[in-house]
Design a binder for this molecule. Structure first.
Ligand SMILES: NC(=O)c1ccc[n+]([C@@H]2O[C@H](COP(=O)([O-])OP(=O)(O)OC[C@H]3O[C@@H](n4cnc5c(N)ncnc54)[C@H](OP(=O)(O)O)[C@@H]3O)[C@@H](O)[C@H]2O)c1
Length: 246
């Protein structure tokens, strides 16, 4: 897929990986719809970066609320032509014990249902040409590298990886679905981690450091451009799955 002139909607583009994806797609001259939840200043900053090389717009929506997602698509329809690429990137990792129902419900809605509802609204948009969905799963969502302290998050990222492959079977070739599974990636999500924790996680890679958001974004651009990759989950973890979790 040639990205120039395509419309890409990136969720959770107000910081971290989503911001890097929005900018990387803009560098390929895509028009970028920058989605955010609460961090408007972050989204405005992303749009500023996008507009240095291409153009775009910003919209907010709480992705845990299906009505908010419907309104988001209504708003986008008013200003933009059909979306060609949906990047389901937004996500929030909460730790939780097995009996913590609040965290089960939160992560189910935040990680899985949000991406399902976004994909549903995207697929409901009429289109006659090839479109793409790219999900952000996680190293923790891969089969043997879940984090027991993040049981719910790991579980629903794994489910999102399965949606990536299973949905592909019914909607290709019109819509191609793939995912990136980042390992430890240097974003504001790690802002509250101690220096010791960061160092321990960096040592758990084979590259001796965190993955950068730009490295994940580079993979998203590759997936968007390459039409032979279908239903795949591309892991970018600096070798953590090979070395073993800390
Ligand atoms: N960083 C890592 O090490 C790592 C590793 C593996 C996977 N990931 C995944 O990568 C994705 C991006 O993470 P990140 O590290 O870049 O985190 P981040 O900097 O904290 O960004 C998270 C983004 O998700 C948005 N978001 C979360 N819940 C939302 C909701 N209910 N409604 C709307 N927006 C919501 C946030 O919006 P606002 O801030 O505007 O509210 C923000 O834009 C997530 O899916 C995460 O699980 C991250």
């Amino acid at each position: 897929m040639e990205l120039k002139g395509k419309v890409a909607l990136v969720t959770g583009a107000s910081s971290g990986i989503g911001k890097a994806i929005a900018v990387a797609l803009a560098q390929k001259r895509a028009y970028v719809v920058v989605h955010y939840g609460r961090n408007k200043a972050g989204a405005q900053d992303t749009l500023k970066e996008v507009e240095k090389v291409s153009s775009g717009e910003i919209h907010s929506a709480d992705l845990m609320n299906h009505d908010d997602i419907r309104l988001l698509f209504d708003e986008i329809r008013k200003t933009t032509r059909a979306i060609d690429i949906l990047v389901n990137n937004a996500g929030d990792a909460r730790p939780g014990e097995i009996n913590d129902d609040g965290v089960w419900e939160y992560e189910y809605k935040n990680i899985l249902l949000s991406a399902i509802h976004m994909s549903y609204e995207f697929l409901s948009m009429p289109s006659s040409h090839l479109r793409k969905i790219i999900n952000t799963t996680s190293l923790y969502g891969n089969l043997h590298t879940g984090n027991p302290q993040y049981l719910q998050y790991s579980t629903f990222k794994a489910a999102l990886a399965n949606v990536t492959t299973t949905l592909s079977k019914s909607i290709a070739p019109k819509v191609i679905v793939n995912a990136v599974a980042p390992g430890y990636t240097e974003t504001p999500a790690w802002a509250n981690a101690s220096k010791e924790t960061i160092e321990a996680y960096a040592r758990a890679t084979l590259i001796g450091r965190f993955v950068t958001p730009e490295e994940v974004a580079h993979a998203v651009v590759f997936i968007a451009e390459n039409d032979a990759l279908v239903g795949q989950v591309l892991t970018l973890d600096g070798g953590t799955s090979l070395k073993g979790m800390p």
